[in-house]
Design a protein around this ligand. Sequence first.
Ligand SMILES: Cc1cc2nc3c(=O)[nH]c(=O)nc-3n(C[C@H](O)[C@H](O)[C@H](O)COP(=O)(O)OP(=O)(O)OC[C@H]3O[C@@H](n4cnc5c(N)ncnc54)[C@H](O)[C@@H]3O)c2cc1C
Length: 289
Amino acid sequence: MAVSQRPERVFSFELFPPKTAEGMERLKAQATALQRVGPRYFSVTYGAGGSTRERTFATVDWLRSQGIGPAPHLSCIGSQRQEIREILARYREQGIRRLVALRGDLPSGMGLGDPGELRYANELVAFIRAESGDHFHIEVAAYPEFHPQARSATADLQHFQRKVQAGADAAITQYLYNADAYFAFLEDCGRLGIGVPIVPGIMPITNYTQLARFSDSCGAEIPRWIRRRLEVHQDDLAAIRDFGHEVVTGLCRRLLDGGAPGLHFYTMNQAAPTLRIWEALGLSAGRKD
Ligand SMILES: Cc1cc2nc3c(=O)[nH]c(=O)nc-3n(C[C@H](O)[C@H](O)[C@H](O)COP(=O)(O)OP(=O)(O)OC[C@H]3O[C@@H](n4cnc5c(N)ncnc54)[C@H](O)[C@@H]3O)c2cc1C
């Protein structure tokens, strides 16, 4: 029997905890549709400073009740060690084995006051390892186009390396539309001896104005040719979705053909755009590789 040398690729979907009961009902329907194609896991975001704590728990609990393996995000800025310790204990008791560990960005209105006891994600990763040993598989964030607050590209890469040295098992990138930035980042990581899988983050394009605003703040570049074409479509959402679908499907193909160890979809709690890309890529139901 032939044995494949390539490690199994990991496909995952990200959800955010809804603010309202209606939003939660929508999330349930969307997550149920997404679950049918058999992703490895669903991750659930966590607002820095604990701003979504109870809603993140509720979303994680619902996923568990459906037999879906969740990977909660946990961000440390604005939090105390004891609070994080309690969250880790809760997840351990629930049998959760995967976390996405982040510094986070304090929501506007929470001020810059107290950064909390853990200021950067590498400190959070080290704390999780100290508290829980190897219980959790830890994912961290990576920035092939560099984090907007980074002093320099070199410093950002060194900070990423510190997260891996602190015990991260794998990384998920900020979303990007430029495959070359991802491959250049992998090369940089290779030179530094960083060997963990780095899964590219994929943001389906469904709305130009929102995407442009968000990308400016998180440092994700929308290449000029894509911006200009999206601008042509203005408020024609169907045209934006069709063009976005072609662009993002092409990007995913390039990333996978170039050796990306999977894809992490920022679904924005909408199943259809992600499933359309999934089908175009020929990733059939229940298939993880
Ligand atoms: C996959 C993914 C999921 C995300 N999920 C969430 C979420 O659920 N909730 C949320 O609030 N946000 C989330 N974010 C956003 C993220 O929290 C922000 O991008 C945040 O600004 C940085 O978080 P980080 O974990 O990458 O921080 P860090 O790795 O700590 O880096 C933050 C900045 O500080 C610099 N830095 C790192 N260490 C040091 C140091 N020791 N000294 C000086 N500078 C340092 C880095 O170069 C970088 O500029 C997510 C991002 C990604 C890519």
